[in-house]
Design a binder for this molecule. Structure first.
Ligand code: NAP
Length: 249
């Protein structure tokens, strides 16, 4: 069974590793090509966009793909929409693998907002901004606040005039996040509801420091079968594989 895994996440790498250990699966992970030195998954990879929905549909047919797992980041809405349309058109089964979002707990002070644009006026003067480099232009006109910008790759301009860029890749620890936020006298955290353990330490640190968190909500889930764990995605593929290879099929 030939599987296209839309990747760029820790879950996609874990799923690729699990599937390459099983017999009967040929996995191709697709990466967008945004990061110069991405963490590479097990098995084959391809890099770069498909050229929109038409390009993806043509690629699925040309490569004789039997199933697609969209294991992209919860905020990668364009490739997810493209996967839904292209698989519907070609009749290739699609599964969405999305880690659960984060939830506010006792002691947290979160302000949920529906979009990054709605996060542009956070309640503080020294902002720890971990929303990724693509959304930075929204904050570029803010010359009143100071920003600590953390991203994997150097963010392109425009950036807020009063800012410090920190290049880093998770996972992060609570101790490390506490030290960072104290050292820079951060008084508000702005982040996206990415979910997962790799980057959750900043939320614990914000709680311990009594800081408000502006939490950008996820885009809506697509209309497609979905699971939240790598194990459930493996089980879905295994069931599809059994059906595909059952006598008489
Ligand atoms: P996006 O806005 O949904 O996608 C923009 C375009 O990039 C898509 O239309 C597609 O181009 C191409 N693309 C995106 N993901 C791709 C993939 N896995 N393989 C091939 N092409 C892909 O995506 P994004 O938010 O920029 O995210 C890009 C990648 O970074 C994804 O793989 C995602 O999992 C990962 N990532 C994103 C975030 C985030 O916060 N958004 C965080 C961590 C990791 P075509 O239309 O030409 O096919």
């Amino acid at each position: 069974m030939r599987v296209l895994l839309l990747g760029g996440t820790n879950e996609a790498r874990r799923l690729a590793a699990g599937l390459t250990r099983r017999t009967g699966f040929d996995v191709i992970t697709s990466l967008a090509g945004r990061v110069a030195e991405p963490a590479l998954p097990a098995g084959r990879t391809r890099v770069g966009g498909f050229g929109g929905t038409d390009g993806l549909a043509a690629w699925l047919t040309a490569e004789r793909i039997d199933a697609v797992v969209d294991a992209t980041h919860p905020f990668a809405a364009e490739i997810t929409a493209s996967a839904v349309t292209a698989t519907t058109r070609t009749g290739v089964p699609l599964l969405v693998l999305r880690r659960p979002g984060w939830h506010e707990g006792p002691g947290d002070d979160w302000r949920r907002v529906p979009s990054l644009a709605a996060a542009a006026d956070p309640p503080g003067d020294r902002v720890f901004l971990t929303t990724g480099r693509d959304g930075l232009p929204i904050f570029a006109g803010d010359d009143r606040r100071w920003f600590l910008l953390r991203s994997v790759e150097p963010p392109p301009p425009p950036l807020p005039p009063r800012s410090t860029v920190l290049l880093a890749r998770g996972p992060y620890t609570v101790e490390g996040e506490l030290e960072l936020m104290r050292r820079h006298a951060v008084d508000v955290l702005v982040t996206k509801d990415s979910g997962g353990e790799m980057t959750a330490a900043k939320l614990t640190a914000a709680r311990l420091l009594g800081l408000p968190v502006v939490m950008v909500d996820r885009p809506p889930m697509p209309a497609a079968p979905a699971v939240t764990t790598v194990e459930a995605a493996e089980a879905w593929l295994e069931r599809l594989f059994q059906t595909d290879t059952s006598p008489g099929h």
